[in-house]
Every structure is written in C-alpha cells, then in structure tokens.
Write a protein that binds this ligand. Structure first.
Ligand SMILES: [Ca+2]
Length: 430
C-alpha cells in the first residue's frame, strides 16, 4: 500500500477537522445541555481547518484576500482632482495590524509604532485573532481605535497609550459635538421574558469620555425596541443567532447638520444593523425610535448624516447575485453608495461599480463624503481605498498589497486636512 504524502495527510486532517467541526456545530445546535461546549469545540475545529496558518502564527490569513484581477495591472489617477489632505488608514500592513497616515501620492507619512495584534491579549486563542474596525484621528496625533469586541484605545502619535478600556466596543467610532466618543459594544447577554424565553445576545451602544476612556452612558437597545413598540424587530430574527442586531455603526447628529433634518434633533442617534439590513434613528431624549428604514440596503455599513439632508451608506449588497436587471458589473454585482432621504423619496444610488471601476466588498467597508463632492470609499475585502468623483472618475487610489498576488484588508480610510501631514514628525522613530 502506498504511503500517503504530506499533502494527503494535511488534506485528510483538514477534512477530518471539518467533519468533526460540522458535526459539533450541528449536534450542539440541537441538544440543549451539551449545546455550548459542543458548539465551541465544533467552531474551534472549523477554525483550525480553515485558518490553520493564522492559528499557528505563520500568516494572518483571515485578513488577506486574493488580489482581484482587475486591480492587478498598474492604474493611474489624476490626483490633482482629489480632495486635498492626507488619509488615515487602518488594517493589515505586512504582518502588522496597524494605522498609518498616507499622503496624496500614496507615500506613508507616519505609522503608529504599535502592532494591534499584540494588544489586549485576554481571551484570545492565537495572536492573529484581532481586528481593528473603527478609528478617529485627533489633530494632536492621538489615535482612537477599536480593537474589535475587546475595547478602545487612545494612542499618541508616538505610540504611548493614553488610555485603554475593556468596553467590548467594535466597528465605527463617532465623536459628538461635546467631544464624547460613541461606538457599538457587545454583544452582551440579556434576558427579557417578554421577548424570548431564553437568554439572547444583543449589542449596546456606549458613550465614552475622551479624556479617560470611561463609559459615561450605555444604551440598552433591547429596551429601545421594547419602548418603541417594535419588539418584533428583534424577535423575528433567528433565536439561534448569537448576535441579533450586529450593530456596525453609531452616528450622532451634529448641530451643523441638524437643520437639514427637521424631523430629527441635534444629538439624535443613528444605528446600522447588519443583521437585518436596517438603519434607525433614535430620539436622544426619549430613547425611542424616530425613523427606520428596513431592507433598502443589504448588509450595509457606515451610514452618515449629510448636510444636504441625506443619509448615505455603503450598501455592501453582500452575497447578492449579479443580474441582468441590476446591470451591475463585477463579482456578484458590486456594492454601491446609497442615499436615503428621511421623510420622503426612494433610496438613490450615489455611486456603483461600472466598467471603469469595479467595486465590491461583501463585508466590512466605509465611506466618507468629501467637501469637493467626491466620495472616499474603503473597499475592505479588495484591500483598497479610492476617491471617486460624482461622474465616476477615480482620482485617488490606495491598494494595500500583501506580496505579489494578495491584499491585506484595509479597514478604514478617512481623509483629514493637509495640516495632519505633520503628525508624528517629532516622534523619536522619525
Ligand atoms: Ca457613519
């Protein structure tokens, strides 16, 4: 009998782990008393099979994608048309989970000397089990960053930790008019007999003191839905799902934009639920729902209030098939930037993939409307950020290559004024 080679043994081990993992998850889902340990064991086996190199510390494979063929050839952009300034980018850079400031020409002007794979190790199974998913840059060079579902950090330009907390924050960070920081957190375990007969997991939203990192307010979203007379918005979601809203954005309406939204008031809170494709605005005073749109977007990210009275979001259209009807180009039909007008009108597509520029990130991603009318889009799963004009011309692009034929996830890209180019120039490493 022929002896199996290394590849065959590895393949057999992976198949075995997959089978054991699938069986564990299946049995664990069915039988209550053994549900949690079996599910955990099953998920661990699946993780090992699908990401053994990351688990083994060899390569952060969970943050890496194949370079899309349409991005492999050199591309040029007329950067003189781009919104002036520098771009704060976060994501996988080489084998580091980091943050950097990029100039208009794509040159890295500053890099925070912190590898976020090495912070907040509590509860991690392996070093690469970490994600940054939301950031904000202060004028003095301090960086706020969410270590997904662990907590938030404020780090100086030179890498000193000003504070860090264990708030379990994740996804986007927003700053309100008083300087307080807002983010989703959780999911946390709750019981509410009028909703479910069993415990469930749901995100909260939290307000954080920028000076200390301390929580100054926590908003219970289950209570918001109950108090708004909309409990079915929660109970209609699968009871087996461990994270029934999966909030991926919190945005506070600022006084400057509030006049464009007569139905809202400054301080009102917008949240985005990935799980049910909804965007909801909550009254800051009564903590009840003022407005909600359900189903206009599919697995969307990063809704923003705009001074023209629109709410724009990155509509990932995750897992949607391409079709003759939508006419969209690219794998699965492409993502889009969608504009909604609370109080009237159907959602409009502000930007979508075309034959000049394919655009698709099935998960993750951000967008930022710029003063010159362009949109800066973080296409996370393509490892790219690009600025596009209203006519669809790409005038700035940053491709986060990882080796010759792969890219690293780019989690955020935000344009800041030109003065931010000086951040970090007095740090010892520079
Ligand atoms: Ca947002």
């Amino acid at each position: 009998m022929q002896k199996p080679d290394d590849f065959s043994r590895t393949l057999a081990a992976i198949c075995g782990a997959l089978l054991i993992g699938a069986a564990g998850i299946f049995i664990g889902a069915l039988f209550g008393p053994v549900r949690t340990p079996l599910r955990n064991a099953g998920e661990a086996a699946m993780l090992m099979a699908s990401n053994w190199r990351a688990v083994s510390g060899l390569k952060p494979t969970e943050h890496i994608e194949r370079l899309r063929p349409d991005l492999s050839a050199p591309r040029s952009a007329d950067i003189t048309k781009a919104q002036p300034g520098v771009t704060l980018a976060t994501g996988l850079f080489g084998d580091r989970l980091g943050a950097r400031v990029i100039g208009a020409d794509g040159v890295v002007l500053h890099e925070w000397p912190v590898d976020f794979f090495d912070v907040m190790p509590e509860g991690k199974l392996y070093r690469y089990e970490a994600l940054v998913h939301g950031a904000h840059l202060y004028e003095n060079g301090d960086l706020l960053i969410n270590i997904d579902k662990k907590g938030m950090m404020r780090v100086s330009a030179c890498g000193d930790v000003v504070w860090q907390n264990t708030s379990q924050t994740h996804h986007s960070i927003d700053i309100d008019d008083d300087g307080f920081i807002w983010a989703p957190r959780g999911p946390v375990r709750k019981t509410a007999p009028n909703l479910f007969s069993h415990p469930f997991y749901i995100d909260e939203i939290v307000r954080i003191d920028p000076a200390t990192g301390a929580e100054t307010q926590v908003i219970d979203l289950a209570q918001v839905f109950i108090d708004s007379g909309a409990p079915a918005r929660l109970t209609s979601l699968s009871k087996f799902f461990p994270d029934i809203l999966h909030v991926n954005d919190v945005e506070i309406l600022g006084a400057d934009d509030a006049s464009a939204f007569p139905m809202f008031a400054p301080g009102d809170i917008m949240i985005s639920s990935w799980q049910n494709g909804s965007i909801t605005v909550i009254d800051r005073r009564t903590l009840t729902i003022k407005w909600s749109v359900l189903g206009a977007t599919q697995f969307q990210h990063d809704p923003d209030f705009n001074s023209d009275g629109t709410v724009t979001a990155l509509d990932n259209r995750g897992y949607a098939p391409p079709s003759a009807e939508n006419g969209w180009i690219g794998e699965r039909g492409g993502s889009r930037i969608v504009a909604m007008r609370p109080g009237g009108g159907a959602p409009e597509t502000l930007y979508q993939t075309d034959d000049r520029n394919k655009f698709y990130t099935p998960r993750r991603g951000k967008h930022q409307r710029l003063d010159n009318g362009d949109v800066l889009i973080t296409e996370t799963d393509a490892g790219r950020a690009f600025e596009v004009t209203p006519s669809g011309e790409v005038v700035w692009e940053y491709l986060n290559r990882y080796g010759a034929d792969e890219v690293g996830w780019l989690m955020t890209a935000d344009r800041y004024p030109p003065a931010y180019a000086h951040i970090g120039e007095n740090c010892p490493a520079n």
